[in-house]
Design a protein around this ligand. Sequence first.
Ligand code: GTQ
Length: 348
Amino acid sequence: MSLANEQKRLLEDLYEQMAPNFLTPLWEMLATLVKPEPSSPAASHRWSYREMRDFLLRAGDLISAEQAERRVLILENPTLPGLSAITPSLYAGLQMILPGEIAPAHRHSQCALRFVMEGSGAFTSVGGEKAIMNPFDLVLTPGGEWHDHGNPTDIPMIWLDGLDIPTVRLFDATFAEHLDSKVHPETMPPGSSLAAYGQNMRPMHGHTADYRPVAQPLFHYPFAKWRAALDGLARTSPIDPHLGHALEFLNPADGGAIMNTISAHVRLLPAGFSSAPRQSTDGTIFVVVEGEGTAQVGEREFALMPRDVVVVPSWSKLGLEARKDLVLFGFSDKVSQQKLGLYKEKCA
Ligand code: GTQ
């Protein structure tokens, strides 16, 4: 037996003997733990809205929102089965509230965003203030805030949920509770926080601070406003070769990201525009809002149609091409990574 083989045999013997003591040798693992660059366990994938919607409507025939607490189909990353994760740090789900239904009030450590896919006039209530939702509105439920959903209209309401469930799981820091009543009592008329904080201003006497957390006063970013802002940017600023015209949603209290763990943005890529390839460490979930085009994600190509959802894992090379003016909404864990000093991007 050669010396190398003898060494290997003795080491393997040693590993076997230490295993019952829950000890393993780093030198066998180091290369997979500390890698020269990200190689995500998540896959890129596109979910067709038409297909998801069909399954969700079928679920709607079988279970009520109240029974389910939240009637949601989880968009599970194909290579992260059983983890309820669309990227290693984030969760996405498609939620439906049928006419007359209520999804009862609860609160939890996890931060949530809602991006409306269809329907008009249903609401998410946050701390007792309703946000009346319209297509492509962004509504936030920051961690720890009471929230319920309801649909007083006569059409189904469907939105995409984005939560930091896997992040909170990583830190083992989850708390949740139910409210005694199904619906939180109304604290302020619908639109109050948007009126007070949605114009780059704030009430001088801070009377709303009593019911909205000072650090997170705004929770409704209507489509009409962000779409107009994107058009305004496109009219006045040169286009970014990697992003297209892009705007991040901000928390007006501090100019930072919308929530503690989730960042969100929108992009407009004019017809004929092809973005230069870009990589970033924040695996991103995109929703197609308008237009048509393609997303080149590493070696794979996805056709983009309105309301489809595409996940782009960390450090995948992303190139976007617009056939018709393409408008995208995206969310990611960028703000978490920035706080931890991890965020990086690379533009070709
Ligand atoms: O609406 O509160 O998709 O608590 C997953 C967990 C939605 C919600 C989800 C939740 C919610």
